[in-house]
Design a protein around this ligand. Structure first.
Ligand SMILES: *Cc1c(COP(=O)(O)O)cnc(C)c1O
Length: 651
């Protein structure tokens, strides 16, 4: 057998990045943890060295002390024992969900920071880590191609959230605020701003125009005498959607309707949650058809045409950079083009990128100086990545309004680290909780100052400063360009390309037993595999077969982990999402009967295996092992065993 993985270059720069599948870097982590724990203790002792120790040394022998200690140790041992049932994310045998080993700098920074317990709600509770969080926003902005110089007025801003879901909610909140603000200015009859004559027009201004208006309004306000200033501020405040609520706002503006949000059918369920949370209602989430699980620009155009015809406002269009189930990347460039055309016809909306999964892939496209790499620059590094389409999507990120990125996914950081980034921070004034602060003219260079009261702008209140420190330190150790952080996605995209080659070889080798296909050529590092036993034409039977295979690949909390050789996940292809053309193409390739789809609840969709390839050690150069090849050998063994069981049952 030939070993395609032998050609994979070994990147030694990655050797010290993680604790490692075997805990190879244990001494390094131990040394750092001990050093920084001691450091923390010295800090306590040196705060006011004149204060004597409050806990007597002799108390360590007291029965109550000892009783507490033993209870604590007992419970900790139980916890530690129970945690051995955890999912082995660190292992290259794990290819299930969007998680892998943790980057050492982030893990160490998080653990180092925990005993200081900073609360990033404001600088008063986090004098150090709040600035780090704002810096994280700038680091991510640079990775995406947003302006990131805080000395300039139009600089991006970003903050850490508990996860991608909350970052998506924040994007909805900001888009609604921007859209509705000019309508409030009109309602308050603020003079001298050159406001549009109609609510519809005011509700459809480009974000850049709204930000200009906001700045003009603030400048105008600053010129008013004190009592007048307060009165005008109140007038505008009273007309804002945030003050009135959706019901009263739309009652007062009868020519407007609750706006819709457009997202591809592949959208993560956080979008449905977000619509409910904002009170926009799920009905207002319009799912746009895809072509090969990537938003179809023609379908988007039809929806936009319909909205223009019906005078239906659109709040935002979501582009997904790496869909959760299939890893597919939407044509961000085409979505921006569609917006330009729509804008010319009077319908405007914001473009948000849900890059919770794929955000860090942008590091592959960034040079050290922050400029964008051309596709030609990247050839030779991969087999096919990035396709023209994928490159165009990443190149277009710079022109979008807001983005969600999850450091706790492809950033290899502990949970509790999502991120929201907006291209022009001045819009954030509209989200500020305290109005007097909103309309306070900012002095130049006060960017950091302003965001030290983070709690004013974010959906959360108290939040972990340790999580922000972890992201910040990681980005400092591994800057977000192709020569540093980019080496990680580089290794995993190559692994995914290898996985694809292995899947195709597997399809040939197992063809006596199975029809195997990769339903969508992967855009990055998530690969799905569809299969059907040879001779079968019924979807229900194929699904039962995939379920049976997945039984051996899934976490079963009641059984020892070690019984499992590999971990993968399962997802479904729904005809409603695929569209008739794609459904027919895939079922055809699997020799499945189209009529056997959807007449029953166990066959209303096609089950497929899904593999997230983000473990950095899928190819073990030290021992010349490819866990990807081993996985397919394992699948092959399972398939042959199931076939022989079937034969035995039949005879
Ligand atoms: C994971 C994911 C989310 C949600 O992120 P959480 O961190 O789980 O809240 C949103 N969108 C996409 C595309 C995702 O992959």
């Amino acid at each position: 057998m030939n070993h395609p993985h032998i050609n994979e270059p070994h990147d030694h720069a990655l050797d010290a990045c993680f604790l490692g599948p075997y805990g190879e870097n244990d001494a390094l982590l131990e040394k750092m943890m001990l050093e920084f724990l001691r450091d923390h203790v010295y800090w306590r002792r040196n705060f006011h060295p004149e204060d004597p120790p409050a806990i007597a040394t002799a108390t360590a022998q007291h029965p109550d002390y000892l009783a507490f200690e033993s209870r604590m140790r007992r419970e900790l041992h139980q916890l530690s024992a129970a945690l051995k049932k955890s999912v082995p994310f660190h292992s290259p045998r794990y290819m299930g969900h969007m998680v892998s080993d943790l980057l050492l700098p982030g893990l160490a920074a998080q653990m180092l920071t925990l005993p200081y317990n900073p609360n990033n709600v404001s600088e008063e509770a986090a004098p150090v880590t709040v600035d780090m969080e704002v810096q994280v926003g700038l680091q991510l902005a640079r990775m995406l191609g947003y302006p990131h110089d805080p000395e300039k007025p139009a600089c991006a801003f970003g903050h850490v959230t508990s996860g991608g879901s909350l970052a998506n909610f924040q994007a909805l909140r900001l888009a609604l605020s921007l859209k509705a603000f000019p309508v409030a200015l009109r309602a308050a009859q603020v003079p001298e701003l050159g406001l549009p004559d109609e609510d519809w027009e005011a509700f459809n201004l480009p974000a850049s125009r709204v930000i200009d208006l906001l700045e003009q309004w603030q400048a105008w306000l600053a010129l008013q005498p004190g009592h007048e200033r307060h009165r005008w501020q109140q007038r505008v405040q009273d007309a804002r959607i945030e003050q009135l609520g959706l019901a009263a706002f739309f009652e007062e503006h009868p020519t407007l309707r609750v706006p819709v949000v457009l997202a591809p059918v592949t959208a993560h369920y956080s979008w449905s949650k977000g619509m409910k949370m904002l009170g926009l209602g799920r009905r207002q989430l319009r799912l746009v058809a895809t072509d090969g699980m990537r938003m179809d620009p023609k379908a988007l155009q039809l929806v936009l045409d319909e909205c223009i015809r019906a005078r239906q406002p659109v709040l935002m269009c979501v582009a997904i950079l790496g869909s959760t189930e299939y890893g597919t990347i939407d044509p961000v460039d085409a979505i921006l083009d569609a917006r330009l055309q729509s804008r010319a016809r009077g319908l405007d909306f914001s473009v948000h990128v849900d890059a919770a999964w794929g955000g860090y892939l942008a590091t592959l496209f960034r040079r050290e100086d922050g400029s964008l790499r051309s596709r030609k620059d990247m050839t030779g590094e991969f087999r096919t990545f990035p396709t023209q389409r994928v490159h165009a999507a990443f190149a277009a990120l710079a022109d979008t309004d807001t983005t969600t990125v999850d450091p706790h996914k492809l950033g290899y950081l502990p949970y509790g680290a999502g991120a929201f980034v907006c291209r022009d921070h001045r819009a954030m004034a509209l989200l500020a909780e305290r109005a007097d602060y909103v309309f306070h003219r900012t002095t130049p260079g006060s960017y950091l100052q302003r965001y030290r009261n983070l709690g004013q702008f974010i959906p959360e209140g108290s939040k972990s400063g340790a999580a922000a420190a972890a992201v910040y330190v990681t980005h400092k150790v591994l800057p977000l360009d192709h020569l540093h952080f980019g080496r990680l996605p580089h290794a995993t995209v190559r692994a995914a390309e290898l996985f694809l080659a292995c899947a195709r070889r597997f399809a040939r080798e197992i063809s006596e037993h199975l029809h195997v296909m990769v339903p969508f050529t992967p855009d990055s590092n998530l690969v799905c595999v569809a299969l059907n036993p040879r001779g079968n034409t019924r979807v229900a039977v194929a699904n039962a077969y995939v379920r049976e295979l997945h039984e051996n690949l899934r976490i079963d909390p009641t059984r020892p982990l070690q019984l499992k050789e590999f971990f993968g996940s399962m997802t479904s292809l729904q005809p409603g999402m695929l569209g008739p053309h794609e459904t027919a193409r895939i079922l055809d390739a699997l020799h499945l009967d189209l009529d056997s789809l959807g007449d029953h609840e166990d066959n209303d969709c096609l089950l497929i295996l899904r593999h997230t390839l983000m473990n950095p050690y899928l190819i073990d150069h030290e021992n010349d092992i490819s866990y990807i090849e081993r996985y397919f050998e394992f699948l092959g063994r399972r398939v042959r065993m199931l076939a022989s069981l079937e034969m035995a049952a039949a005879s």
